[in-house]
Ligand binder design. Structure first.
Ligand SMILES: Nc1ncnc2c1ncn2[C@@H]1O[C@H](COP(=O)(O)OP(=O)(O)OP(=O)(O)O)[C@@H](O)[C@H]1O
Ligand SMILES: N[C@@H](CCO)C(=O)O
Length: 326
């Protein structure tokens, strides 16, 4: 028996909800923007890493977050009194590391959901959604140095997710705007989440605190009322963007251009360097994607260009089984 699970890219923060809001996205051309983990029963536990961005990961597979997911999952199964078997895992690392697209979250979600789906079919065991989210949060915290669900929750559940301070709920699905396009521009350079958190101030002034609360509350209210104009008029980040934008070459110029051309909003996806731009017109989305390809992509220190631009919509499905051979 073998199973493959895909976990999609996501926009952490969505500008107004630092650490508490996230949106899952999928390219409209059908590209699989996310990681895939495949699992098959074997004589011993193993992990192989393949894919375009596999060479950016630790050389020792035991340092790969997917291996840690297997260890954590097996421990939880033992604690619950469930049997486990030896497994061969393959990670297809399709997501660039340190991209702001929730790359580690994609690996964590694909691995844990893959294991859960495997055991549900293998011996009718496994865990509920809440336990799964808790394990995903624990793995994401281990890798990025702080507990935040704004990538793992949308990646796992799909749609737009608002993290709530209630351990019994963790994440709430927010209504979002089906006619919107999210142009995602990954410039091809890496920004570590840890480093991008270290540049943030430890304290914020009262004016920023009030603006933050007002923007997030207005955005959530507008989503519930399906008021697109109001929602995107307040999509402004006073917590991270001004402190991080110097880590993103050409971000300020790109934002200025896109805003001048009438997009609904522009922001940093997660901790960057990916830029996201929201529009409700496909022709405009394609035009901006073309512009970003020419003007936002960078050359890495090895002289190569790893960047890409995708026109996306919201991925309402989240993690899903893409192959199931029983
Ligand atoms: N399967 C994996 N996927 C991604 N990163 C991994 C994985 N396994 C180990 N790592 C390590 O975890 C760290 C991830 O760093 P970081 O949190 O900055 O990246 P990220 O999750 O890709 O960022 P982002 O959420 O902005 O896309 C890197 O040092 C990377 O080598
Ligand atoms: N909310 C996190 C997302 C990291 O991808 C941050 O901005 O640091």
């Amino acid at each position: 028996m073998s199973i493959s699970v895909f976990a999609p890219a996501s926009i952490g923060n969505v500008s107004v909800g630092f650490d508490v809001l996230g949106l899952s996205v999928k390219p409209i051309d059908g590209t699989l923007l996310g990681d895939v983990v495949s699992i098959v029963q074997a004589d011993k536990d193993s992990l192989s890493v393949i894919g375009e961005f596999s060479n950016k990961l630790p050389g020792n597979v035991k340092d790969n977050i997917v291996w840690h997911c297997l260890t954590l999952f097996n421990k939880a199964m033992a604690q619950a009194g469930h049997n486990t078997v030896k497994l061969a895992l393959t990670l297809d690392k399709r997501m660039p590391v340190g991209s702001g697209l929730g790359s580690s979250a994609c690996s964590v979600v694909a691995a844990l959901e893959g294991l859960n789906q495997f055991y549900q079919q293998f011996n009718n065991t496994g865990f509920n959604q809440k336990k799964m989210l808790l394990m995903m949060g624990e793995m994401e915290a281990q890798i990025s140095g702080s507990l935040h669900y704004d990538n793992v929750a949308p990646c796992y559940l799909g749609g737009m997710q608002l993290m709530v301070p209630d351990a019994n709920i963790i994440s709430r699905d927010l209504p979002q705007f089906d006619d919107c396009f999210y142009v995602m521009a990954y410039p091809g350079i890496s920004v570590s989440t840890k480093a991008a958190r270290e540049v943030l101030p430890a304290h914020y002034n009262r004016a920023d605190l009030i603006t933050f609360g007002q923007n997030l509350a207005t955005f959530v209210d507008a989503c519930h009322r399906n008021d697109k104009a109001q929602a995107f008029s307040v999509l402004t980040d006073v917590v991270a963007e001004k402190y991080r934008q110097h880590l993103l070459p050409k971000f300020i110029e790109a934002k200025q251009y896109l805003v001048s051309q009438g997009c609904l909003a522009v922001g940093i996806s997660g901790s960057g360097p990916t830029l996201f731009c929201v529009v409700d017109d496909e022709a405009k989305a394609n035009k901006f994607a073309k512009w970003l390809k020419i003007n936002y992509l960078q050359t890495e220190t090895d002289g190569k260009n790893y960047g890409f631009v995708h026109v996306c919509k919201v991925d309402n499905q989240g993690a899903c089984v893409i192959e199931n051979d029983t």
